[in-house]
Design a protein around this ligand. Structure first.
Ligand SMILES: NC(=O)c1ccc[n+]([C@@H]2O[C@H](COP(=O)([O-])OP(=O)(O)OC[C@H]3O[C@@H](n4cnc5c(N)ncnc54)[C@H](OP(=O)(O)O)[C@@H]3O)[C@@H](O)[C@H]2O)c1
Length: 323
């Protein structure tokens, strides 16, 4: 079958390792797995990490990319695919399952004609109100943003949240969800065009990257890492919270422990989300008429264009591939 895959780890030039071509059909690793036809699949920064060789042993290449998407079963039912794979008997947060894995890490991903997924991780049918492309962005990106804001941050309506970055998949989801929930939403971005876009998405104030905030915020949503970490620590009020879900620009920034203990800050990690959070996310999006912002819809054989735009930071929202 045709697929978009990482041929080998390429730390300095990730696009050099990107391929479109023939890959083996997915062999379901067990009886509780099914094979779905891929309808649409969304690009995540995780796919760039895999091209760079981060998080995947060299002997696991070539690896089909893609950790979220929409599939169709043999009866043509469209099902949302949760890229986080845990054991069927696991009843707690997926990330806490010692045996958890991710599509495109331990198993071939969604950037293919077909993908094998555990039956229990595709229980969510596509809501008819969402287009195929919109439904393909829910589990990797919007679910992550939902958990950061509504499970991990402790924010309440009327509080102020700072979103670091404006254009990315997670950042655009955070802006829309936070504004709909009655939070005061401030964002930072390196680009004036993205700051203007963030205001259109519902942000109340958009600041240049690392510019001082008008007043300390109740919580910061951090996915940028090294480039914004010091600013996040400076921007949050004493007793406030920083929720961290990623570190695009580097995961080892200085700790600034003095600021941490003196201001009694909470630093909270957040990864993916649970099936229950996905149900609540979809209800919330339907109630508030929210849809993922799609920067580009491309055929799989033009995937390189989407990867290049993500690498260049030339996106406001998600890139979605389909056949
Ligand atoms: N833990 C999880 O479950 C989970 C889930 C999803 C994503 N993530 C992680 O979260 C991060 C963001 O993911 P994404 O898919 O939203 O990525 P993306 O679409 O590529 O977005 C990257 C974001 O980083 C911002 N940014 C600010 N300064 C930057 C700089 N110097 N260089 C590059 N980017 C900069 C960009 O904002 P501006 O361009 O507006 O400045 C943009 O909002 C990634 O590291 C990803 O691995 C984690």
């Amino acid at each position: 079958m045709k697929a978009v895959y990482a041929h080998h780890p390429a730390a300095d030039n990730p696009l050099e390792a990107l391929r479109f071509g023939e890959q083996p059909e997915p062999g379901p690793p067990g009886d509780d797995w099914i094979v779905l036809g891929v309808v649409a699949a969304a690009l995540n920064h995780h796919d760039l990490w895999t091209l760079r060789g981060a998080g995947l042993p060299a002997d696991r290449y070539p690896m089909i990319l893609g950790a979220e998407g929409l599939g169709a079963d043999d009866d043509g039912r469209k099902l949302i695919i949760h890229g986080m794979v845990c054991r069927p008997e696991w009843r707690h947060e997926p990330i806490r399952d010692p045996g958890h894995s991710l599509l495109s890490d331990d198993h071939p991903g969604t950037f293919a004609e077909r993908v094998a997924v555990p039956r229990h991780s595709v229980t969510c049918p596509k809501p008819e109100e969402f287009s195929d492309a919109e439904a393909a962005c829910l589990t990797g990106t919007w679910l992550t943003a939902y958990r950061m804001l509504f499970t991990k941050s402790g924010l309440r309506p009327g509080d102020t949240v700072l979103v670091q970055g404006a254009g990315g998949g997670v950042a655009t989801a955070l802006i829309r969800l936070a504004a709909a929930a009655g939070l005061r939403v401030w964002v930072t971005s390196r680009s004036e065009a993205k700051r203007e876009a963030a205001l259109r998405l519902g942000a109340h104030t958009a600041l240049p990257a690392r510019a001082p905030v008008p007043e300390p915020v109740d919580a910061v949503m951090e996915s940028v890492g090294q480039a914004t970490w010091a600013h996040s620590l400076r921007s949050v009020r004493p007793g406030g919270t920083i929720v961290v879900t990623g570190a695009t620009t580097g995961g080892d920034p200085p700790a600034y422990l003095n600021r941490l203990f003196w201001n009694e800050l909470r630093v909270v990690g957040s990864t993916s989300g649970t099936p229950e959070e996905l149900d609540r996310l979809i209800r919330f999006m339907l109630q508030h008429d929210l849809r993922p912002d799609i920067a580009a819809e491309l055929p799989f054989d033009h995937a390189e264009e989407g990867f290049r735009r993500m690498l260049d930071g030339d996106l406001i929202g998600k890139v979605v591939f389909s056949w």
